[in-house]
Design a protein. Structure first.
Length: 523
C-alpha cells in the first residue's frame, strides 16, 4: 500500500470514528429527552470533531475563522437555543467544511453552494458506503462472501429441523413458545435516530462537491434604458416621492394635527410596511439604472437625480421607522415589530451601499457581499439578544395603566417575560392587576424551574434569569388567589356561572377606571 493510500485510509477511518463519536454524543444528549443547552454542547462537539478529522481545514485560515464563528454560535445555542441560532451555526460550519476546497466569490454564489451541499448530503453516506464496499481491498468484500458461504447451509438446515421438531415434540414447542424476542420497536427507533444524526454530520466530514461556480445574474444582460426615458422616470419618481415625504414631514415629524377621522396610530400603522416595499422597488430600479458601463452610470444629471431619489428613499425609510415607533408607543412592542425595525434599518443600509457602489465604481459582487455582511451582523445580534424579554420589559415600563398591557402576550412569551412580570407585580396599583401578574409570574417561574431541573433542557440564559428572579422574590414570594373555575389567558379568573335572576334586574355596574401603575409615566 502506498503512502498516499495509507494516508487516505487513515483519514477516512478517523472521520468514521468522529461520526461514531457524534452518534454517541447525540444518543446521550437527545434520545428521548427535551433539548435545551444540550444543542449547544452537540454543536461544539461537532465543530471539534470537524477540526480533528479535517487536516485541510486546519491549514486554511478562512476555514478556521468560519469554524470559530460556528463555535461562537454553538455557545449561543448553549445560552438559549432557537432555530435562528442553529441555522447560523450550520451555515458557519458548512462554510468551514467547504472553504478548503472551494473559493468564496459572492454571498449569492456561496448560498447556492450551501444549498447544493445540503442536497448532496442526503445521499453522501450511501455514496461513501457503496464506494467502500466496492473498493478492491475492502475487507467486507473479501470476508463477507466467505463467511456467508460457510454459514449458509448450517443455518438454513438448523432452522428447518428445529421447526419440524417443534411441531412434532410439545416440549420443544413449549420451549420455543416461552422465548420472548426483544422489542423491535425500540431498535427501529434507535436506528432511525442514528441515521438522522449520521445524515446530518457526515457531509461536513466528507465534502465532495464539484467546483461549480455560482454567480449572481449579470445585470449587463438586461436591456439598457434610453437616457431620455431614464431621466424622465427619475424626475417623475422624485416628484411623487416628494409629495409623500412632504405629508410625512407635515403630519408625522412635526406633530401637526391630522384631518378629522384619522388617528396618529392609524396613520403610522397603515403606511409602515408598504413604504418599505416602495423603497425596495426603488433600490432595484437604481441598480438597473446605474450598472457599470450604462449611460445612466456616466451621465451627471442622471447621477444627481439618483442621489436625490436615494435621499428621498432614506427619508421614506426613516418615516417608516418613525411610524412603527409611534404605533408601538400607542399600543405595545412585540418581537415581530422589533424584527421589522431591524429590517427597515437594513433597507436603509442597502440604499447607502448602492450609492457607495455607484460613486466608488464597485462591482455587483461587492454590493452583494456588503449587504450579506450587514444582514449577518443583524442576525448575529438577534441570537445574542432576547427579543421577547426586551419587548416585555418595554411594555411594562411604558404602560400608563393596566389596561394598556396585553397580559395574554406576556403569557405567550413564557420565561422571557419572567423578570418584567416581577416588576409589573411590584408596580401594580390595584389588587386585580397585581393578582393576575402574580399568577403569570408563578406560571413563568414554574416553567423555568421545570426546564432547569433537567440538565437536558438546561440553558445558560434561563440559569441567569432564574437566579435574578429568586434574588428579587426572596424566600417567600406572594401566591395568586384561588380561581376555582380556572383562568383565561392573561391570568384573568373565569367567573362562576351566574344564578338565574329571581327578582327585578339590577342596574348594571359602571365600569371601573383603569388601574394605574405605581411609578408609571404620566400621559
Amino acid at each position: 500500500m502506498s503512502a498516499t493510500n495509507h494516508h487516505h485510509r487513515f483519514t477516512f477511518l478517523a472521520k468514521v470514528a468522529g461520526a461514531v463519536a457524534l452518534l454517541g454524543v447525540a444518543q446521550w444528549l437527545f434520545y428521548g429527552e427535551e433539548p435545551g443547552g444540550t444543542l449547544g454542547i452537540f454543536a461544539l462537539a461537532w465543530a471539534a470533531v470537524l477540526a480533528l478529522t479535517r487536516p485541510d481545514l486546519r491549514r486554511s485560515r478562512v476555514a478556521l475563522a468560519a469554524l470559530l464563528a460556528a463555535a461562537a454560535f454553538g455557545l449561543a445555542l448553549v445560552d438559549d437555543p432557537d432555530p435562528l441560532d442553529w441555522c447560523l451555526f450550520w451555515t458557519a460550519l458548512a462554510t468551514a467544511a467547504l472553504l478548503p476546497q472551494h473559493r468564496f466569490h459572492t454571498a449569492i454564489g456561496w448560498t447556492g453552494r450551501l444549498i447544493l451541499h445540503g442536497l448532496v448530503g442526503l445521499v453522501a453516506p450511501i455514496r461513501d458506503l457503496r464506494r467502500w464496499l466496492r473498493a478492491g481491498r475492502s475487507p467486507a468484500r473479501r470476508i463477507l462472501p466467505a463467511v456467508l458461504g460457510v454459514l449458509a447451509i448450517p443455518l438454513i438446515g438448523s432452522v428447518v429441523f428445529l421447526t419440524l421438531f417443534a411441531s412434532a415434540n410439545p416440549l420443544i414447542g413449549s420451549a420455543f413458545a416461552a422465548i420472548r424476542l426483544p422489542d423491535l420497536s425500540s431498535a427501529i427507533l434507535h436506528l432511525l435516530f442514528w441515521s438522522m444524526v449520521l445524515w446530518l454530520v457526515w457531509p461536513s466530514l466528507r465534502t465532495r462537491l464539484r467546483p461549480i461556480r455560482f454567480e449572481p445574474a449579470a445585470t449587463a444582460s438586461l436591456a439598457e434604458l434610453p437616457l431620455a426615458t431614464l431621466t424622465l422616470s427619475l424626475v417623475t419618481f422624485n416628484a411623487i416621492f416628494a409629495v409623500q415625504n412632504a405629508l410625512d414631514l407635515a403630519f408625522l415629524w412635526s406633530g401637526a394635527p391630522l384631518p378629522a377621522g384619522v388617528t396618529l396610530a392609524d396613520y403610522a400603522h397603515q403606511g409602515a410596511y408598504p413604504l418599505i416595499v416602495t423603497a425596495l422597488l426603488a433600490a432595484a430600479f437604481v441598480l438597473v439604472a446605474t450598472r457599470p458601463g450604462s449611460a445612466g452610470a456616466t451621465s451627471r444629471p442622471v447621477r444627481a437625480l439618483i442621489l436625490l431619489w436615494v435621499a428621498q428613499n432614506l427619508l421614506l425609510v426613516a418615516s417608516s421607522i418613525l411610524r412603527t415607533l409611534d404605533y408601538i408607543d400607542a399600543f405595545l412592542l412585540t418581537e415581530l415589530r422589533l424584527a421589522a425595525l431591524a429590517w427597515m434599518a437594513l433597507v436603509a443600509v442597502g440604499l447607502v451601499l448602492i450609492v457607495w457602489r455607484m460613486l466608488g465604481h464597485r462591482t455587483l459582487g461587492w454590493l452583494v457581499n456588503a449587504n450579506a455582511l450587514a444582514a449577518g451582523l443583524v442576525l448575529t445580534a438577534a441570537t445574542i439578544a432576547d427579543l421577547g424579554a426586551i419587548a416585555a420589559a418595554w411594555n411594562v415600563r411604558h404602560a400608563r395603566a393596566g389596561s394598556d398591557l396585553d397580559l395574554c402576550y406576556l403569557e405567550r412569551l413564557g420565561p422571557s417575560a419572567l423578570l418584567p412580570l416581577i416588576e409589573l407585580e411590584r408596580r401594580a396599583g390595584g389588587p386585580i392587576l397585581r393578582d393576575r401578574a402574580t399568577w403569570l409570574r408563578t406560571e413563568a417561574l414554574a416553567q423555568v424551574e421545570r426546564e432547569q431541573a433537567d440538565w437536558h433542557s438546561w440553558t445558560w440564559r434561563n440559569a441567569r434569569r432564574l437566579a435574578a428572579a429568586r434574588a428579587s422574590l426572596g424566600d417567600h414570594p406572594p401566591s395568586p388567589s384561588l380561581a376555582p373555575n380556572g383562568r383565561n389567558c392573561g391570568g384573568e379568573p373565569i367567573p362562576a356561572d351566574p344564578l338565574p335572576p329571581t327578582g327585578p334586574r339590577a342596574a348594571p355596574t359602571p365600569p371601573s377606571p383603569p388601574t394605574p401603575l405605581t411609578g408609571a409615566r404620566q400621559p
